[in-house]
Write a protein that binds this ligand. Sequence first.
Ligand code: 4NP
Length: 197
Amino acid sequence: MIKVVFVCLGNICRSPTAEGIFRKLVNDAGLSHVIEVDSSGTSNWHVGGPPDERSTAVAKTRGIDLSSLKSRQAVTDDFHHFDYVIAMDCSNHQKLLSLCPPGREDRLRLCLSFAPSVGLTDVPDPYYGGDQGFENVTQEDTSLPYVRILGQLSAEVNEGDGKYIEGAKPGMIYNNITNEIFDGKKGIKVVVCYYKR
Ligand code: 4NP
């Protein structure tokens, strides 16, 4: 099992959305039995609560159900459990570094470092902004970090995992929406996505 957790500040906007988007990609690739997905927040402000209703509403329009998620706070043990601890911005990356046990730093990654072509380091926080910030979570169709992350992980899954796609080989990603096969190297136009200013 490869384990991935997305981490923001409140675990009610960015990281639950990332979890939902990524889980859908994993499910659609037939890899849910080999890739575990979770999210958390570096603060304890919303622990036990549901995602922000604006996030849930926008995700729903893209076929992503966030309704069963509950906020939890990131803990040091996450660096033992998860292979990839993916911070949604630099501030939370810093906070996670302070939770990280020595020798586990390589598990900590910045989400947009998987998609440098986007030209942003932080996934913008929509919490204090208007509805457009939430809308942007799923409406951009630039290349997104989640497909890249899955591309990286799929090189780690075993041959035979995932569903059979004509022409696909282990390590490739199938985008069920565009029917493209993604070799993990070239850019790809994607349908689900992330925040952009
Ligand atoms: P998130 O957004 O980190 O993407 O979940 C926020 C949620 C709540 C707050 C700030 C950011 N807050 O201040 O309560």
